[in-house]
Write a protein that binds this ligand. Structure first.
Ligand SMILES: *Cc1c(COP(=O)(O)O)cnc(C)c1O
Length: 441
């Protein structure tokens, strides 16, 4: 009998890049001892199975049946499209394709790991997941996953976004999640930042600190992170694995891959299944990871051990960082406002397998509007960073007359980011480019 899960493109396994990396990944350090952190210690914060996946040395991890079923339900496999109109608009000999994660029920890729994390939490008997969110995509994704699996969800949302982007908060509330503006007066860390500034706009780093402090007060709660960590990145490889099958089906092979980077999860999820070919010396691709000039961890950060949060509660991880106390300016691409980077992606950048690019938000919104008008899809401001790079690469192709195939990941739609578009259209957007960063050498 045929099962509804017999969809060719829906992968049965996640890809774990750890065993294929050109050098071993430096372990996370316990800030108290500066020794590699013990799994038992991590298990008080994270779901046990996810700690195991974080350190897993198997190249593939089977996706549980129930998770695959839910992947179908939330809109996977997501489609790939050819951006023909954009090609014409740019008068380029390059072909441009994009994978569109905006077609999942929450409108971004974040639901891919949210479902997996909620599934393992439920299996362990955890009652509540606590997390942070910047602009709200991750909080929304975890709220939906919690609601589908019967888990309580609590979200600390960067205060500026909480008040500026009320619709995401409302969406989380609809799914039954509790949402608090961060810094909040619910935690010690939060109170400390509020004391400095009662209107503190908050940020991902602070919200992570609050979520972890909260978890430590509740034995039945665990913390859930939407990016950066190995297990998150691994869950996202469903994007790239699907894309490979879909490209093969239409007889196309990409030359250039592009994705935007906040913590690195959509980029990694999309690109790692192709990078696997590079690492196994089966293929060559030109690969670009695109960040904001306001949070340029890849192009201007330092590769060193740093905290994942602003309050210094997480283990230290070796990554490209701007310093955990860096306050990222309030760009509209809330998902890119992070000081650090996925450690695996840091290694690939060091080895020049992935090349970083950075853009200002005004040129990014310009590309976003061009894309919306030519292709109909309104991109999230985060995703529009990848579009801007794809547009520039298509223009380069025109200039030097190269017939390359460009494939980028469009990580989410921008239908709840209209304030940013309004500001752009009415010339109220500012570009930010800091001179220095608090990172310590
Ligand atoms: C969160 C988010 C990002 C940035 O996070 P990564 O972990 O780097 O993927 C990018 N695009 C969208 C739509 C997001 O919601």
């Amino acid at each position: 009998m045929k099962s509804i899960l017999d969809v060719d493109e829906l992968p049965k396994r996640w890809y774990n890049i750890l065993p294929d990396l050109p050098e071993p990944l430096p372990p996370p350090l316990d800030p108290e001892t500066n020794e590699p952190v013990k799994p038992q210690k991590l298990e008080r914060i994270f779901v046990k199975e996810l700690v195991k996946q974080e350190m897993c040395s198997d190249r593939y991890v089977e996706i549980p049946f129930q998770v695959r079923e839910m992947y179908l339900k939330i809109g996977r496999p997501t489609p790939i499209y050819r951006a023909n109109n954009l090609e014409k608009e740019l008068n380029t000999p390059a072909k441009i394709y994009f994978k569109y994660e905006g077609e999942t029920i929450t409108g971004s890729h974040k639901i891919n790991t949210a479902i997996a994390q909620a599934y393992y939490a439920k299996k362990q008997g955890i009652e509540r997941l606590i997390t942070e969110t910047g602009a709200g995509q991750w909080g929304t994704a975890l709220s939906v996953a919690g609601s589908l699996l019967g888990l309580k969800i609590r979200v600390y949302m960067a205060r500026a976004s909480y008040f500026q982007k009320p619709y995401r908060k409302i969406l989380m509330n609809v799914y039954g999640a509790e949402v608090y503006p961060s810094p909040s007066n619910r935690t010690e860390v939060g109170r400390k930042f509020l004391k400095e500034n009662s209107e503190h706009p908050g940020g991902l780093g602070i919200a992570i600190s609050e979520a972890i402090e909260d978890v430590l007060k509740d034995e039945k709660a665990r913390y859930s992170l939407g990016s950066v960590l190995n297990h998150v990145v691994m869950h996202q490889t469903i994007i790239g694995e699907e894309t490979r099958v879909q490209m093969e089906k239409i007889g196309e092979e990409p030359d250039i891959l592009v994705g935007c980077v906040g913590g690195g999860s959509n980029f990694a999820g999309f690109a790692y299944p192709f990078i696997r070919d590079i690492l196994q010396q089966k293929d060559e691709y030109e690969i670009y990871a695109v960040e904001s000039r306001a949070a340029p961890s890849m192009s201007r950060g330092i590769y060193t051990y740093d905290y994942g949060d602003s309050g210094g509660l997480t283990p230290k991880i070796k990554m490209h960082t701007l310093g955990h106390t860096y306050y990222v300016p309030p760009i509209h691409a809330g998902g890119l406002r992070y000081h650090g980077l996925a450690p695996t992606l840091s290694v690939l950048i060091n080895n020049e397998i992935v090349k970083p690019l950075a853009y200002h938000q005004r040129e990014v919104f310009d590309a976003a509007v061009l894309f919306a008008k030519s292709e109909g899809v309104l991109p999230a401001p985060e995703s529009a960073h990848a579009i801007k790079a794809a547009v520039d690469l298509a223009i380069r192709a025109r200039r030097i007359g190269e017939k390359k195939t460009i494939l980028f990941n469009l990580s989410g739609h921008g239908l709840l980011d209209l304030q940013g578009y309004d500001n752009f259209l009415n010339n109220r957007l500012e570009d930010y480019e800091p001179n220095e960063f608090p990172v310590e050498k």
